[in-house]
Design a protein around this ligand. Structure first.
Ligand code: NDP
Ligand code: X2W
Length: 344
């Protein structure tokens, strides 16, 4: 049995972790932390968990965590996991951070976009936790930086095209996210009256996920790769659709591109390349750990259009974190994650 702690258990990704892990036979939830609900049982805060998890919430206490857990999921705002990582690692407790603290190869880039009081990662070695790309390194990692939600949809959608060298180094990513992507703290722009029946771009050309996407695409492409990234807030609870426009280097048929994608993901349980002419929808992956990818070519501009969908709370956060945990502990990668998407 893997003994698990979840820090930030009352947030959206924390609750999603508990939902998923409650159905995972190889896991025992031993420790849950919260800032505002200490002393309460999680099932009394979120009634969706009634009968599934009666663990009490505590203020974050590192000594208690080290004593009771083999692995910790940090579902906290970025900047907090960094403060506890050394103590966890030196005590043999592995860390999967859903925030951004350990996603970057270069600390300077992390500091520039997220801010930090220190100047480096110290001795902490970490792995970018996108299993379809970094599975081998994840197996032995002490610290995994779970990818951001937009980057997961974008990188999975672009990896086969970049790796096979069929597209130019000029990529436009247009992404739409459900409101749960912003977490459970109230923000004016996320109030029902303001985001319902509306769709709006935000952080245009300056979203924090841009450098994360560029880091991973540059590695796949073996050269510095820049993207134009525009996120939008849409009136749905869960889901991300990323539509990506990539200029093709030469004439190539949709059948050949489709074959490149199918081959790239042939052994991947969670990534489904749709048939030619099929387009993905967020509804088709809702509540599941799947990523669906659709492909089209715009012949008059010789542009490959890749459409990628995920559930931001599952493949974009907690599901992917559990997938990483399974890999780290030698458990079947899909264990606890075979949920059928909720439809309609
Ligand atoms: N939502 C999403 O789709 C995705 C989120 N992420 C990342 O995952 C992390 C968690 O996100 P999400 O669940 O949405 O966030 P929420 O805002 O919903 O939850 C944050 C959690 O952290 C706790 N918390 C907040 N501040 C502190 C603090 N100072 N000390 C201790 N605990 C604190 C909160 O406790 P309490 O409720 O008790 O106040 C809550 O449990 C973030 O880093 C986010 O960027 C990554 C991918 C997707
Ligand atoms: C809709 C919405 O607001 N989404 C969030 C995604 C948060 C996230 O995953 O960001 P981290 O990199 O901090 O983990 C955003 O755009 O900030």
């Amino acid at each position: 049995m893997v003994r698990v702690g979840i820090l930030g258990a009352t947030g959206y990704t924390g609750v999603e972790l508990i939902r998923i892990l409650s159905n995972h036979e190889d896991v025992q939830i031993k420790y849950l932390s919260s800032q505002n609900f200490n002393g309460k049982k999680i099932e009394d805060v979120y009634h969706s968990l009634k009968g599934y998890c009666d663990v009490e919430l505590h203020e974050l206490n590192i000594d208690d965590i080290v004593e009771s857990c083999d692995v910790v999921f940090a579902a906290l705002p970025s900047g907090y996991a960094m403060n506890i990582v050394e103590k966890l690692c030196s005590s043999g407790v592995r860390l999967i951070d859903l925030g951004a603290d350990f996603r970057f190869d270069d600390f300077k880039i992390y500091k520039e976009w997220y801010g930090a009081s220190s100047d480096d990662y110290g001795s902490v070695s970490r792995v970018y936790g996108l299993p379809e790309i970094h599975r081998q390194e994840i197996k032995n990692a002490m610290v995994v930086g779970n990818p951001g939600c937009y980057p997961t949809s974008a990188i999975l959608g672009l990896a086969p095209a970049l790796k096979s060298g069929i597209i130019e180094n000029h990529i436009i990513i247009d992404s739409k996210s459900g409101v749960s992507g912003a977490g459970h703290s109230p923000k004016q722009g996320n109030m029902y009256a303001e985001c319902n029946e509306s769709i709006k771009p935000y952080n245009v050309a300056k979203h924090r996920h841009m450098p994360e996407i560029e880091q991973e695409l540059s590695k796949l492409n073996h050269e510095d790769t820049k993207v134009i990234f525009t996120p939008h807030l849409t009136p749905m609870t869960r889901g991300i659709l990323s539509t990506m426009y990539c200029r093709l280097k030469k004439d190539i048929s949709i059948e050949s591109i489709h074959e490149i994608y199918r081959e790239f993901y042939k052994d991947e349980y969670f990534v489904k390349v749709l048939d030619i002419s099929e387009y993905p929808s967020t509804k088709s992956v809702y509540g599941s750990n799947f990523c669906h990818i659709g492909l089209e070519i715009d012949r008059h501009s010789n542009t490959l259009i890749v459409m990628s969908v995920i559930d931001n709370l599952v493949k974009g956060a907690s599901g992917q974190a559990v997938q990483n945990m399974n890999i780290m502990f030698g458990i079947d990668e899909a264990k606890g994650l075979k949920m059928v998407p909720v439809f309609p």
